[in-house]
Design a protein around this ligand. Structure first.
Ligand code: GLU
Length: 410
């Protein structure tokens, strides 16, 4: 299902409540404290909000880091417990093996992850079970996204679990990847932000929330007084991301990359926000302007421009072309206004348009035939002709979509 194009459901923050499938990614800096202990408060916040969403009928998938961080403390304690008093007196109490050598670092981090993952998922399981919800664990590697067979299996398992209302808790299988991430997936960055993006794409999620230790993306280094939190991030924005957090592999750069990668692949909206703020997930879903959001590319933009571009089509004379441009611009302006009105008013307007479309279906199809004939005479490409062509099925799916107030259709 990767990179499939769906009809966009979320056009603004006010639509987030309508997201059916949501991926929440929690970074190491969120799920664990500086000392390497799990942050029970922050984990509980995430679980409580996710449980609320699940109980309201949403499908929630959690991508959680933190295994390495939590496991590091466990291995450290184990190391200390195995030292004799003489060893400790001789070598000092640091006890942590040297991680300068890359091989040691890779295997040590992987061992930490193997030890920490159990504690991490058991916390999720215990907390979700208090809300009457079941959880599952999926540990994946880059290979699972590049091999069609494995990817299909993963997609199938995710959909089975979600159908049954079981919450997937997903992490990298660090023990076999050496905590090296997903480099082999082409443009993806090697961390759990990109994993969340891959999962959101695979699961066809509408909303992805990347929880980290800063409030979102800033216009410049957040340490500078002139830094301003960006509400909606566009691809062309240039941001100075400042320093990477001490914990976890990803940084703001990888979050922004994962954000746009997911948005380009059809995840309607991606939010980067602080997982250190209580109820942050609830506030995002409620449409509050918290964190930074990026939206999937606007399909309307293509729809407005493409039909106008071919020279010599049925609407190709300067006057009629201008007319079409004016109409398209007016439609876009009205479309934007529609997003600002209350849900009831919007639904009433959409239903009215649906019935008008239904009533005038024959007339619309007749006019479309004329347009098609003129377009064909002007050698319009087959691809554009197909886009221009209306059929009763196309019209009724449009009516259906509007009848569902633009949110209920896949
Ligand atoms: N899989 C790693 C962990 O559980 C985290 C990787 C990352 O932070 O991107 O600790």
């Amino acid at each position: 299902m990767s990179s499939r194009r769906r009809r966009r459901r979320l056009h603004s923050r006010a639509d987030f409540h309508a997201a059916k499938r949501i991926v929440i990614k929690a970074g190491t800096s969120v799920v664990s404290c500086d000392e390497g202990f799990p942050s029970l408060v922050r984990l509980a916040n995430i679980v409580e909000s996710a449980a609320k969403l699940a109980r309201a009928g949403k499908e929630v998938l959690i991508v959680s880091s933190g295994a390495v961080g939590i496991g590091r403390r466990k291995l450290h304690n184990q190391f200390m417990a195995r030292q004799s008093l003489t060893d400790v007196l001789r070598k000092g109490a640091s006890g942590i093996p040297s991680i300068v050598d890359p091989h040691t670092r890779i295997s040590y981090n992987s061992a930490c992850a193997a030890a920490g993952q159990m504690g991490l998922v058991s916390l999720y399981e215990t907390m979700f079970s208090q809300f009457g919800l079941s959880t599952s664990q999926l540990l994946v590697t880059a290979f699972d996204f590049t091999s069609t067979e494995r990817k299909n299996n993963l997609e199938y398992v995710l959909s089975e679990l979600l159908d049954l209302g079981v919450i997937p808790i997903i992490n990298e299988n660090d023990a076999v990847t050496g905590n090296m991430g997903y480099e082999t997936c082409g443009e993806f960055f090697a961390d759990n932000d990109s994993l969340a993006g891959l999962v959101a794409d695979l699961a066809d999620a509408q909303l992805m929330i990347l929880l980290t230790d800063v409030d979102g993306v800033y216009s410049c280094n957040p340490k500078l007084p002139s830094a301003r939190l960006i509400d909606v991030l566009e691809k062309h924005h240039v941001v100075d991301i400042g320093e990477k957090s001490l914990y976890g592999r990803g940084g703001m750069k990888s979050k922004i990359n994962a954000m746009f990668q997911a948005a380009d692949n059809g995840v309607d909206a991606v939010v980067i926000a602080s997982g250190k703020k209580q109820t942050i997930i609830d506030r995002i879903i409620a449409g509050e302007h918290v964190g930074t959001v990026a939206f999937a590319p606007d399909e309307d933009a293509e729809a407005v421009e493409d039909p106008l571009s071919p020279p010599g089509s049925g609407r190709s004379t300067p006057d009629s072309k201008l007319d079409a441009i004016t109409m398209a611009q007016a439609a876009r302006t009205e479309g934007r206004k529609l997003k600002l009105v209350s849900t009831d008013v919007r639904n009433a307007i959409l239903n009215r348009i649906a019935s008008e479309l239904e009533l005038k279906q024959e007339e619309i199809l007749e006019v479309n035939k004329l347009d098609l004939a003129a377009a064909a005479a002007s050698n319009l490409s087959l691809q554009l002709l197909n886009r221009l062509k209306l059929t009763p099925t196309k019209v009724s799916s449009c009516v259906n979509f509007l009848d569902h107030n633009g949110v209920g259709m896949a």
